[in-house]
Write a protein that binds this ligand. Structure first.
Ligand code: SF4
Length: 182
């Protein structure tokens, strides 16, 4: 599968825009772990795909930096206004399903030799099995977030066609597939 085929696949999965970039242009910063630790989303320590369970930040950033290419994609959803929390949550869930759809559409070999990161914590279950002290119910399907791996999304996309902010009354989420070759 070549780079443009991956872009098309992301669009078919439901992404609004997608682009392939050199993996070396992906910016990482350990500061994102501090943001997760502040637990403003309430998911810290409550999801296998979120810190601290997702892994140690320096190791995860090294992993991100080890791929030749990055397919970066985004979903842009309309919301009523900047107070439309329900609309934002709905857009986040929609984005998570776009990521899942893309993951399913990837060739098995690429799925195995790539790293797919989405946005926010895993949204596959209403409450993560971690909270009940049980194993993940969908291992292999659950995707960690770019932030938990220390990806600085703003600085990574700033020289691409994918804008971080896409106008009034919209919310934008990103996902990233890191891979080595096609
Ligand atoms: S699939 Fe469910 S149990 Fe597994 S990490 Fe995601 S929310 Fe947790």
């Amino acid at each position: 599968m070549d780079h443009q085929a991956l872009v098309k696949l992301a669009l078919r999965a439901g992404a609004t825009k997608a682009e392939v970039m050199d993996g070396k242009r992906v910016v990482t910063n350990a500061m994102f772990r501090d943001i997760c630790e502040s637990n403003s989303c309430g998911s810290y320590g409550r999801c296998y795909m979120c810190p601290p369970h997702v892994g140690e930040i320096q190791q995860l950033m090294l992993k991100v930096q080890g791929y030749a290419y990055a397919l970066i994609y985004q979903t842009i959803s309309e919301i009523e206004d900047s107070f439309d929390i329900e609309g934002m949550l709905e857009a986040g869930t929609k984005h998570a399903w776009v990521s899942q759809h893309l993951q399913e559409m990837l060739e098995p070999s690429l799925r195995e030799h790539s790293l797919h990161l989405t946005c926010g914590g895993c949204r596959l279950c209403d409450t993560c099995a971690l909270v009940r002290g049980e194993p993940c119910v969908r291992p292999g399907k659950a995707l960690p977030s770019m932030e938990s791996y220390g990806v600085d999304v703003y600085n990574t996309v700033k020289d691409t066609q994918l804008k971080y902010i896409n106008g009034q009354n919209t919310v934008t989420f990103f996902g990233m597939l890191l891979y080595d070759g096609t």
